[in-house]
Ligand binder design. Structure first.
Ligand code: COA
Length: 372
């Protein structure tokens, strides 16, 4: 067997999430992702992942308050990291600062400082999604912000955008044994600390084959511009031997169910906002997806390639007003919920993860001489 990439190898028992790649189904602790993402906020799904059940009103309020306190605490410590954060790329800043802090407020503060603006202090009375948008500066008065920082000219109200971002955060919170989650579990299995496991996971998430794709997806949509140009653009990319970002998946052989969740959340946002740029990008994305699926299918009929979560991640994060440079870091804000649940699960019942390798190099021709 070719061991390259550990495809199909089971490395852990988990009660957290299950990915059915043939039927395009994602179950998180007994719930379909569609049911969770369109009806619950990020706090509720954090509680589900961390404690095993959707929270009642009191538990939800307690977790929301705890996350709010966490944001305030982290923000207070952020100042000591100085302006060095602003110079880095968002994922590098997140990785450096995470050693001391938490993800949401670092990513948001990075966006502000990178745009040459003062950081916005957290408001612990808000939900995680709304406060993240507020701190990142994805304001309704986008006209007051530097050109190019925010994509959508017409910004729907914060509540509607927070609801859309919640749908994204929930849809991206956990996803079986993906590369970053596996990384977190490997580090946790050595009984290292949780921060080290999360920082290592972030490094895996950063790569373009995992969490680094949504920025390039938006660049692709921008480069294509109008649906009629999709076919020639995609053909050119494939002829040049490049991959189409947001297409294909290690496990799914059909369309990623999270793509449909995000599509629906953008439709809901568009209904709240009225026609605007969010709607325009959705139509373009749908047209490009159809062309990409058809072109990839013609090229390799035996390898079924369809849209993955990153394709519509680009559309929804753009629609809520976040800049592309913050897309991967926003993925980390969501996935840290799953990483923490997996770290706990690994510590509760897992052994040291220490797989084997097959040696294919040369062997010594003689038995080793043992020095006298
Ligand atoms: N565009 C063009 N061809 C693709 C492709 C894509 N997005 N995804 C896979 N393929 C092709 C590969 O070129 C390969 O063909 P080859 O054998 O002729 O080289 C074949 O499909 C199998 O690809 P492979 O790399 O073995 O699949 P994988 O399971 O290792 O990769 C991904 C899965 C997600 C890394 C891959 O589909 C990809 O690179 N997608 C684009 C990046 C992306 O969207 N990442 C976000 C993932 S959520």
């Amino acid at each position: 067997m070719d061991a390259n990439g550990l495809e199909g190898v089971v490395v852990a028992d988990t009660a957290l999430s299950d990915v059915d790649g043939e039927r395009g189904r994602l179950v998180i602790r007994g719930h379909d992702v569609e049911a969770l993402a369109l009806a619950h906020d990020f706090e509720a799904v954090c509680a589900l992942l961390w404690s095993g059940a959707l929270p009642g009103a009191a538990a939800h309020a307690a977790l929301r308050a705890a996350l709010g306190r966490g944001r305030v605490h982290a923000f207070a410590r952020l100042g000591s990291l100085g302006d060095a954060l602003a110079a880095a790329d968002a994922m590098d800043a997140l990785r450096a600062a995470l050693a001391h802090l938490r993800a949401g407020e670092i990513a948001a503060a990075w966006a502000r400082r990178h745009a040459g603006q003062a950081s916005v202090a957290p408001d612990p009375s808000l939900g995680h999604a709304a406060d993240f948008l507020r701190m990142a500066g994805a304001h309704a008065d986008a006209g007051a912000l530097p050109a190019g920082t925010y994509r959508s000219a017409r910004m729907p109200a914060l509540d509607a955008r927070a609801q859309a971002l919640d749908a994204y955060l929930v849809a991206a919170a956990d996803h079986g044994m993906n590369a970053s989650t596996f990384t977190a579990r490997v580090v946790a299995s050595t009984h290292s600390d949780a921060v080290s496991a999360v920082v290592a996971a972030l490094g895996a998430l950063k790569g373009p084959l995992h969490g680094g794709a949504p920025g390039p997806v938006l660049e692709m949509l921008d480069a294509i511009g109008t649906p009629d140009r999709a076919a020639s653009w995609i053909a050119g990319e494939l002829a040049a031997g490049r991959r189409i970002m947001g297409m294909g998946h290690r496990v799914y052989r059909v369309r990623d169910p999270r793509a449909a969740v995000l599509e629906r959340a953008v439709e809901r946002l568009r209904a709240a906002a009225g026609p605007g740029l969010a709607g325009t990008r959705l139509e373009l994305a749908r047209a490009v997806e159809a062309v990409a699926v058809a072109s990839l299918g013609e090229r390799r009929p035996e390898r079924r390639l369809a849209a993955n979560v990153e394709f519509y991640t680009a559309v929804i994060l753009d629609a809520v007003g976040l800049p592309p440079a913050l897309f991967s870091a926003t993925f980390a804000v969501a996935r840290v919920a799953g990483w923490l649940a997996h770290i706990d699960e690994q510590l509760a019942g897992g052994r040291l993860i220490r797989p084997a390798s097959r040696y294919v190099g040369p062997r010594p021709t003689q038995a080793a001489a043992v020095p006298a």
